[in-house]
Every structure is written in C-alpha cells, then in structure tokens.
Write a protein that binds this ligand. Structure first.
Ligand SMILES: O=C(O)c1cc(=O)[nH]c(=O)n1[C@@H]1O[C@H](COP(=O)(O)O)[C@@H](O)[C@H]1O
Length: 246
C-alpha cells in the first residue's frame, strides 16, 4: 500500500471528544485545531453541553461525527434522525441491533429534513455492529448471540446496507470482511485503535493506527490515547508519524 500524506492521514482521524463539559471539549479542540481531524461528539459531551457544542465546533471548521447510537422503535429513530440532520452534522450512528426497519427509518428521517429544506447536505448514517469492547465470549455467553463475532458484525453490516445506510462502526479487525460483503465504498469507521504505547482500557478488539490503516479502514476513531495525554497535540502528532512514515 502507498503511504498517505500527513494531511490525508489526519483527515481519517476522528478524535473522540469524551469530555464532561463544553469548556473542556473546546480547550482540547483548540489544541488540535490545525491538524484537520474530525471531532466525534458522544454521549458524555452531548448530554452535558447539548446541540450548541455541535454548532460551536462546526463554526471552528471541524467535521462532526455525532455518536449517540440511537436504538429505539422506528418512528422514534426517524424523528431523532430528522433532528440530528437539522444540526448539520456530517455523520451520525444508530445501532444495527435495532433491525432493518429501524435503520431504514433513520435514513428516512434524513430525507425528511432534506425535503423540508432544513439542510442542504445529507449526513452519512452508519450502524454500530458489535461494540469494540465486546469479546467473542461476551457476545456468545452474555449477549446471547451464537457463532463467530466477525459473522455477527458482517450480518449487521449487510442489514445496514440493505436499509440504505452508508457504512458501519466496527473494529479494525473486521474491515476486510465488511468490505468483502458490502463493497469497497461501504464506509468503515473503526474505534478500538491503540498505539503500542497506549493503555488498552476497556477495548478488546484493537489494532494499532498503522495496522488499521493498512487493513483498509476509512476512518479511525481515537479517544483516550490522544485526549488522555498530557499533551494531546504531541500524541496526535506521534500517531500521524506512525501512520505515515516507513
Ligand atoms: O460508535 C462509536 O463511536 C464507538 C463504537 C464502538 O464499538 N466502540 C467505541 O469505542 N466507540 C466510541 O469510540 C470512542 C473510543 O474511544 P477510546 O477507547 O478512548 O479510544 C469512544 O468515544 C466510544 O464511545
């Protein structure tokens, strides 16, 4: 594989802004401003700071992945997707476990907002397959889904594609299988990224940033290895070097 430029690699990174309030999040965003990464706003930040944090980050030029993992009846998810689309985010997710009708409703909610003229650009919608903290044993013995974890991920990916979604959240270990089943242009967004020098924490299905890139992922979601560092900009810089240098 040919190596990416630093800017190309940075454009594939989504920094998980898992911070308790707007001030902490914006301080961190400011330190990472020049890199050209996406920002991922998840539950911790959104539940504390609300939609205003999305507008603020957008006004600073960041592309936004809103990670609220909707999982509800189709009608509720359709309305939720409509509201999220109106916020002007670039990408958001729903749970594949909600099934085909629920994922189709998410896609319909996006169309509702477009047809109402609320926004001009449709966000990408992707489905969470199996959380990257879930191991094979937990999938089988606790969650109660039998069989191979990779097959479970591919099953949800195929359902997501059928529902008209544009991609999935999966671990970098399943990217090849997802692309094989759903096509090269079906987007893979992969958390579970751990440089060798970072703590693994609660993630179980992990690779290094370089391995994720070489495995063909479209986007790398990276939180604590960057956000937990005393100098987040240096951690991100190190990751970019690891991704782009021979
Ligand atoms: O949808 C997600 O973003 C997500 C799905 C998943 O399967 N695993 C996962 O870790 N995430 C999110 O990705 C981020 C990973 O953060 P770190 O483990 O700190 O790098 C967190 O914000 C998680 O909420």
């Amino acid at each position: 594989m040919s190596l990416l430029t630093r800017n190309e690699a940075a454009g594939k990174i989504m920094v998980a802004l898992d911070k308790p309030d707007a001030q902490a999040a914006l301080e961190l965003a400011e330190r990472l401003q020049g890199f050209g990464c996406w920002m991922k706003v998840g539950m911790e930040l959104f539940f504390a700071a609300g939609p205003a944090i999305v507008q603020e980050l957008k006004s600073r030029g960041f592309r936004i992945f809103l990670d609220l993992k909707m999982h509800d009846i189709p009608n509720t998810v359709r309305g939720g997707a409509r509201s999220i689309t109106r916020l002007g985010v670039d990408l958001f997710n729903v749970h594949g476990a909600g099934g085909l009708a629920m994922m189709s409703a998410a896609a319909e909610g996006v169309q509702d907002a477009l047809q109402a003229g609320d926004v001009e650009q449709a966000p990408l919608v992707i489905a969470v397959t199996q959380l990257t903290s879930t191991s094979q044993q937990v999938l089988n013995d606790e969650i109660g889904i039998p069989g191979d974890l990779e097959n479970a991920v591919v099953h949800y990916a195929e359902l997501a594609r059928k529902a008209g979604l544009q991609g999935v959240v999966a671990s970098p270990l399943e990217v090849a299988a997802v692309k094989k089943a759903c096509g090269a242009s079906f987007i893979t967004v992969t958390p579970g990224i751990r440089p060798r020098w970072a703590e693994v924490g609660d993630q179980t299905r992990i690779t290094t940033p370089r391995d994720a890139l070489e495995g063909g992922t479209d986007y790398l979601v990276i939180g604590r290895p960057i956000t937990g560092a005393s100098k987040p900009e240096e951690a991100l810089d190190t990751i970019l070097k690891e991704m782009t240098q021979l």
